[in-house]
Ligand binder design. Structure first.
Ligand code: ATP
Ligand code: MG
Length: 139
């Protein structure tokens, strides 16, 4: 049984470079329905909590600094098999290894500044959506 929701962020480097519109267009063209969208600037505490699973990893502090360096667009997306389908659209974590035509291949700058986030499971999609959105904001 696969879920219909996933959560994404357009990361600070992509927002700053002016790629938000093009990324949104790719997401909508791929058939995702935007259930919620907001532009937010994360605090260090908020980004630290969001990426808590990575807190023992060597890249954690740099990742938190990056994710708080500017605003992000946070979104809840709906589509059949949303998590897997969206991860195909964004491509591999490292843009250099991402397939041609994927969002990370087109707009990622580095392994860290890889343009977008995508939930890795149905369970995390729900947790991450609720981190940013109330039920009222998902329609
Ligand atoms: P995301 O969770 O952002 O969708 P992902 O699931 O492909 O990406 P994770 O392993 O969850 O990758 O890592 C979370 C984020 O941490 C990555 O998107 C990237 O920005 C950063 N990251 C991951 N591995 C590294 C690394 N080795 N060096 C620097 N940054 C990294
Ligand atoms: Mg991840």
């Amino acid at each position: 049984m696969t879920g219909k929701l996933t959560f994404t962020m357009i990361k600070p480097s992509a927002v700053e470079a002016g790629h938000s519109g093009k990324i949104l267009d790719m997401i909508i063209t791929a058939g995702f329905h935007i259930r919620g969208i907001k532009k937010v600037k994360l605090s260090t505490a908020q980004a630290g909590k969001f990426y808590e699973v990575h807190k023992e990893r060597p890249f954690y502090q740099s990742l938190v600094a990056y994710m708080t360096s500017g605003p992000v667009y946070a979104m809840v997306l709906e589509k059949e098999d949303a998590v897997n389908t969206f991860r195909k659209l964004i491509g591999a974590t490292n843009p250099a290894e991402a397939e041609e035509g994927t969002i990370r291949k087109k707009f990622g700058l580095s392994l860290e500044k890889n343009a977008v986030h995508g939930s890795d499971s149905d369970e995390n999609a729900i947790i991450e959506s609720h981190f940013f959105f109330s039920e009222l904001e998902m329609n």
